[in-house]
Design a binder for this molecule. Structure first.
Ligand SMILES: [Zn+2]
Ligand SMILES: [Zn+2]
Length: 230
């Protein structure tokens, strides 16, 4: 079981991992690794499980209602889906919870939901949107003129494209992770209520984000750096 080495050579570490904090639907977990031979340790952050629907569309763990009847298209890269619509009326005045995976009837395997398509939810009436950790990109105008939207948070978003939240006049709080590297022109145009940004990274990470014109409401908000949890 123990590897025995000759004198003078450096042994490889042999890490044994134990989950010390379980992730849940929305919270990250921690897995601790300790070397069996020496005192080296490290930690891995575990992604949230995200909500997992029952047959009735509610989450198996926390009972939250997950959006059904959304429309998806397979990305050209074939490694995931884009949500292109289907949120109309059904979710008015409520929370939109996007599923993290989707499986077409004719396919055996499910694939991650990676994008929100162009104008997919424009002019709808959600007050809050739950994005799964699988979402990497919001396409142009994805949530434009969602005039009741108040708050939103992301786990692993990389791009928020043009006009994605333009005209979301009640949007006041937004959580942005360190993975974000691009905010398109007018993405937060006319977001007059935007007062608080909670950002996972530090000031120099923030300065590396490419931010297009027309985002003064975002740039003038209070930014809390090194924010943990969303
Ligand atoms: Zn070791
Ligand atoms: Zn859940």
């Amino acid at each position: 079981m123990f590897s025995i080495c000759c004198f003078g050579c450096e042994c490889e570490h042999k890490y044994i991992g134990v989950v010390s904090v379980d992730p849940d639907c929305v919270k990250t977990g921690i897995k601790k690794y300790e070397c069996e031979y020496c005192d080296k340790t490290y930690e891995e952050v575990l992604s949230p499980y995200w909500h997992t629907p029952n047959n009735d569309g509610n989450c198996q763990r926390c009972d939250i209602k997950i959006a059904t009847n959304l429309e998806f298209v397979l990305l050209q890269t074939c490694d995931g889906y884009s949500v292109i619509g289907g949120g109309k009326k059904y979710f008015e005045d409520t929370t939109l919870t996007i599923p993290s995976v989707y499986k077409e009837k004719s396919y055996y395997t499910e694939r991650p939901v990676k994008e929100i398509g162009e104008n997919a939810f424009t002019n709808l009436q959600f007050t809050y949107v739950n994005f799964p950790p699988s979402i990497k990109v919001l396409r142009n105008g994805a949530f434009s003129n969602c005039v009741k939207l108040k708050k939103t948070s992301f786990y692993k978003i990389e791009q928020i494209n043009k006009n994605a939240f333009s005209g979301c006049v009640l949007l006041s709080k937004i959580y942005l992770p360190k993975t974000l590297n691009y905010i398109g022109e007018n993405a937060f145009k006319n977001c007059f209520s935007l007062t608080n940004i909670y950002y996972e990274g530090n000031k120099s990470d923030w300065d590396l984000i490419l931010i297009g014109d027309g985002n003064n409401n975002l740039l003038n908000a209070n930014i809390t750096f090194n924010y943990v949890g969303n």
